[in-house]
Design a protein around this ligand. Sequence first.
Ligand code: S3P
Length: 429
Amino acid sequence: MDWKIKPSKSIRGEITVPPDKSISHRSIIFGAVSSGDLRIRNFLTGEDCIRTLEAFRSLGAEIIMEENAVLIRGKGLKGLSAPSGPVYLGNSGTSMRIMSGILAGQDFMTVLTGDESLSKRPMRRVIEPLALMGARVKPLEGGDHAPLSIRGREERLLPIDYNLPVASAQVKSCVLAAGLYADGTTVVREPFQSRDHTERMLGYFSADIRKKRLTTEITGLRELIPRDIDVPGDISSAAFFIVAALLVKGSNIVLRRVGLNNTRTGVVDVLKRMGGNIDILDPGHGFEPSGDMKVGYSKLRGTVINAREIPLLIDEIPVVAVAAAAAEGQTVINGIGELKVKETDRVESMARNLSNMGAGIEAVRDSLVIHGGVKRFKAAVLESFGDHRTAMSMAVASLLSDGECVIRDTACVDTSYPGFLEDLRNAAY
Ligand code: S3P
């Protein structure tokens, strides 16, 4: 499916972005191994999270779609059962990496498979710590890629003290999930702060978990107490509208109930630093805070984004690159290595597309350098490369182009934001 996007005169109105993908995944994963019933309100029914939901059904969890919620009948830490065949996780790296930690604690074997993109993504980063904990995780076709077979340890898992080689919330969450099954205290240290939804949710479910700066400790074998979850809007999905409103003259939008967890708001900090007019109204509290955002057209200037900030806006870099191309002056984004191993190589996908639209962008070793100053992008045919965030970022750039743009192969957007095009058409005048 291709999209045709026309230049826009302004972005206006109120938008309720879809529920947070990371929190939706975790609510199924940890809900299914909690000790009773819980309801998830505002669950994201995008493809990735549905894969997680179906995966846990195939592991014996009872998950019921109600009118306004998803009811999970938690099976307890050890109550899952062997699936009847390989478990297919589509495009979803989060499902595969975090589930691996849970499956390492089960006393049956599971095979996890994925689509072409997921089967190319690095899995050594979860295989290694799980092996140290005593689980057997094997890439069935060699290399360090899916399909993975995961067999738990007959006795309990061994607790480890582990330094994450990369700041990855997926890997951290995998080790913490396995830590639920370890006989003792597992320690995970990360080089930079990455999103902490797992730590928050496990704390909310009364796990024995403690966090001090970049170190998280979890003591295993304590049951998880189920509690209802109301998922806030996804700031990563909101980011497309934030940048669209900042770039297109005359824009003014309100985004409703966006998740404001401070390990996710790096995109707001960076765009404000670039001169963006973004106000957060009535931020709420709770285990995952949320609030409304008001965004208006702004004259942006370039900035430097440091490696330490990257995990706090990892999924928003593609759309920040669009903002940088239109900003005055140069933007340098350092420490971009992890961007190359996402659903596609997002350094390559954004460099190719933005260059086609006349922007100056180059990858220099581990940095992306963007020469700003574009007033109007050149209309072009753009590629998603099968990656949802590349597709939506290019839709945002198209709003500021000098003619109609085509974005090819956009079905991938359903993984995180099924109604994106409709929301964009409603907001773009
Ligand atoms: C996610 C973590 C990030 C992010 C992904 C979702 C999560 O990946 O890119 O979209 O839910 O934990 P890494 O932590 O591996 O960088």
